[in-house]
Structures are given as C-alpha cells and as structure tokens.
Ligand binder design. Structure first.
Ligand code: S3P
Length: 440
C-alpha cells in the first residue's frame, strides 16, 4: 500500500522523465527508418519498454548505450520480421493502437495483447478504419477488444473522418497509411496531440495538414535521426499541482514539453489564478520546450471550455484535485473519453478524492467539483484501479491534505513516471510504502 503524508512547502528544481507519447513514436519511427536513430532522454517507463520489446521481437536492434541514449538500428519500412510469439503491450493503449495500425500492412501474422485494463479498452476505434483500408484484424467481441490477431495484408489509403479527437486513432491510421498504396487522410473533430505529424516530418516523411485534416502518402521512406525527448508535461502536472496547493511552495520544472496540443492543464490552471511562469522557450526535435516556475496560489473554480478537453485529456485526475481545493465550483463536460482510459477516471477520481473529503459529482461526460479552499481532510484509503494517473493524483492529494492518504490496488506508476516518489520526496514530499497499513 502506498502512503503520502501532508507536507509543508515544496522547493527545488527538477527535470521530468521523457514524454511518453513522444517516446513511443521515437521507438516506432526509429525502428522503421533507414539507418540508426539516437534518442536522448527516452522515457524508460514500462509502457515504452513494451514498445521497445515488441520491435526487438520483430528483429530491431534497440539498446541503451553507456551515455543513457537509446540507439535504434532502423530496418526500413519493409524490414520487420514476423514475431515468434504474442506481443504483450502491458498497460499501454498507445502501444497497442499504434502497433495495430503499423502491423496491419506488414506481410506477416501478429497478435497483440495486454493486461486486464488494456484488454477492456475499446479497440474497435482502430480496427474499423483499418478494416476499411483492407486490414484483416480479429479481436474479442466482434473485433472490439484485444487480444487482436492481425494477418497483415495489402492496404489502400482512405479518407477517414474520425468521430473522436484521438491521437491514437489518428496515428494508427497514418501508420497504416505509411504501408498503404496512395494517400491516407485523417480528419478529427478537434485537434488531438500532433506529435506523430511533427515526428514524421522530422524523419523526412512529407505530411500535409489542412485544418483538422492530415495526410501521408504510402511508402515514403524515413531517415534515421538524433533527437532529445522533452520532459513529459503530463508528468509535470503532478509536481505542478502539488506546488500550487502546498503553501509556501516554489518549484522549477526544467525542459518540459509545451506543445500547444498538450498544454490544456496549464491554460486551465492559469485561468484559475495559478502563479506559473513559462520561461526559456526552445525547440527539441520539432517540439517546443520551456522551463516552468510554479508557486503556491489560491485557485478559483472555472467552467472548463469543452474545446480545451483534448489538450488536457490526461490531466483531469490531477486537475480535479486542484478544483477540489479551489474556491467555488468547477465543471468539466465533453470529457466522456475519461471513462475509457486506463480506468474509468471519472468514477475512480470521484471515489478516490471523495474518500479524502473532496466534493465531486460524476457527470456522464465529466464532473462537477465544489471546491474546499480550506483543503482536503485526507485520512482516507482509496483504490488506484491500476491507473497510474489516479494513483499519482491521490499521492499529491496526501501532500496537500491534513492527514495521510493511502492507496490500495496496483498503482502502475512505473508505466509512465519511474522515480515519481523520489522526485516528489526530493521536493519535500513524504511518499512511501505503508507497511503498517498492509498489516491492518
Ligand atoms: C496518446 C493519446 C491519448 C492519451 C494517451 C496518449 C498518444 O489517447 O490519452 O495517454 O500518445 O497518442 P487517445 O488517443 O485515446 O485520446
């Protein structure tokens, strides 16, 4: 059982582990490129290591050198070999959906599976458009759930209008488009994170964007590159909210990715009155990066504009905590996607923070939070539901509450944020294992 104790002000300067979305894409595109790619600051979380494992199983030489950089010897678009066994993507929806797109057009058979959470997440959203391209994919429950069995086939480019603003769907279709004949276009209802588009461009693939549509042409070759992965803004969200809530805090987060398709949380916190300074903007491999200075602030509730939701989609667990400690009411709508993440995050957060004294009402597509500016009581035991972002949110809640917060169930923090507890403790947090709690 994990425990997080109340803390006073947080202080210090930290660097976050590499961005998870960008790291998956760097491994995938590096494997498909001609020549070697050298990736610095790759996230070595379990999710990304699953992607590395899958490409190794398909004949790619990917290894960490003495300097900590990852060297990936690309085999070219048509150089992968048939894996001898099932590919286990663990907890990672990104790994499974992106690989489904890529493997659909490879001349071999493959099977993708994952843990219980991943096997319960919707895969029809990628299987359907891929089938329209000519893919042969079978899965449980009329091809809606993993395990997915993929018999690679010749694909034809399509013009796909996606019903969801999902970077995983967009990327799966575009990756299939790399091996398809002709042009593949994806149009989204709102712009989701655009790391795929940026990274394809960096690898030398022509990408055409027009409004909410993006297109690639099949069989464009990729050229190996050297890049540095920015710090993960979704991981930065935890020390950021912790520093806002703990009185007297001032924390500097260095080298954080500030791609505008990912900075929704920053926009929302600023609108709530947060004292966050963005400085030293620079570029890393086609991605904007900056340093953030976060100081304790009194926050005010807001109505979240639905158009910000895709830009903040992974941050709603910890955003809900900020709202729960703000003055007044905060309403989130248009966020039904939260129900199909690593857990049903609306339910998990309402239950978990509710057990610490937060007032959160579930809505079908979001939540209504009535803030308690005096802070949360804490003292509760909450279930993580195997969801790393729920577990980390509860740990931050403990830092800002009046009594410790305990988390049961598999926390899975290593999937996205290895070293989370030691990084937070280095700033003044007190997160650890609760052996007494386990014996109780
Ligand atoms: C991701 C896209 C998002 C996000 C996930 C990572 C990606 O999922 O929630 O953590 O790397 O493409 P959806 O595409 O399902 O919105």
């Amino acid at each position: 059982m994990l425990i997080s104790h109340p803390t006073q002000g947080l202080h210090g300067t930290i660097e976050l582990p590499g961005d998870k979305s960008i790291s998956h894409r760097a491994v995938i595109l590096g494997s498909l490129a001609d020549g070697e790619s050298v990736i610095h600051h790759l996230l070595e979380g379990e999710d990304v290591l699953k992607t590395v494992g899958a490409f190794r199983a398909m004949g790619v030489d990917a290894r960490r050198d003495e300097s900590g950089a990852w060297r990936i010897r690309g085999v070219g678009l048509d150089g992968l070999s048939e894996p001898l066994d099932v590919l286990d993507m663990g907890n990672s929806g990104t790994a499974m959906r992106l690989l489904a797109g890529l493997l659909a057009g490879q001349p071999f058979f493959s099977v993708l599976t994952g843990d219980e959470s991943l096997r319960g997440r919707p895969m029809g959203r990628v299987a359907l458009p891929l089938a329209r391209m000519g893919a042969r994919i079978l899965g449980r429950d009329a091809n809606r759930f993993a395990p997915l069995a993929i018999q690679g086939s010749d694909l034809t480019g399509i013009d796909y209008i996606s019903p969801v603003a999902s970077a995983q769907v967009k990327t799966a279709v575009l990756f299939a488009g790399l091996t398809a004949s002709g042009r593949t276009t994806v149009t989204e209802p709102a712009l989701s994170r655009d790391h795929t588009e940026r990274m394809l461009t960096a690898f030398g693939v022509p990408v055409e964007r027009q409004g909410l549509s993006v297109a690639v042409t099949g069989h464009s070759r990729l050229k190996g590159l050297e890049m540095t992965v920015p710090g993960d803004v979704s991981s930065a969200a935890f020390p950021m909210v912790a520093a806002l809530l703990a009185p007297g805090s001032e924390v500097t987060l260095k080298g954080v990715g500030v791609n505008p398709t990912r900075t929704g949380l920053l926009e929302l916190l600023l609108a709530m009155g947060a004292d966050i300074t963005v400085s030293n903007p620079r570029d890393a491999g086609g991605e904007p990066v900056a340093d953030l200075v976060v100081r304790h602030s009194r926050l005010k509730g807001i109505e979240v504009p639905p158009e910000v939701v895709p830009r903040a989609i992974d941050e709603f667990p910890v955003f809900a905590l900020a709202a729960a400690c703000a003055e007044g009411e905060t309403v989130v709508t248009g966020a039904e996607e939260l129900r199909v993440k690593e857990s049903d995050r609306i339910r998990a957060i309402a239950l978990g923070l509710g057990a610490q004294g937060a007032r959160i009402e579930e809505l079908a597509d979001g939540m209504r939070v009535t803030g308690r500016p005096e802070g949360l009581e804490g003292g509760g035991v909450a279930e993580a539901f195997g969801d790393h972002r729920v577990a980390m949110t509860l740990m931050v809640a403990g830092m800002a509450a009046r009594a410790p917060v305990r988390v049961t169930g598999k926390a899975n923090i290593e999937t996205s944020f290895p070293g989370f507890a030691s990084l937070m403790n280095g700033l003044g947090g007190r997160i650890g294992q609760d052996e007494q709690g386990e014996r109780r």
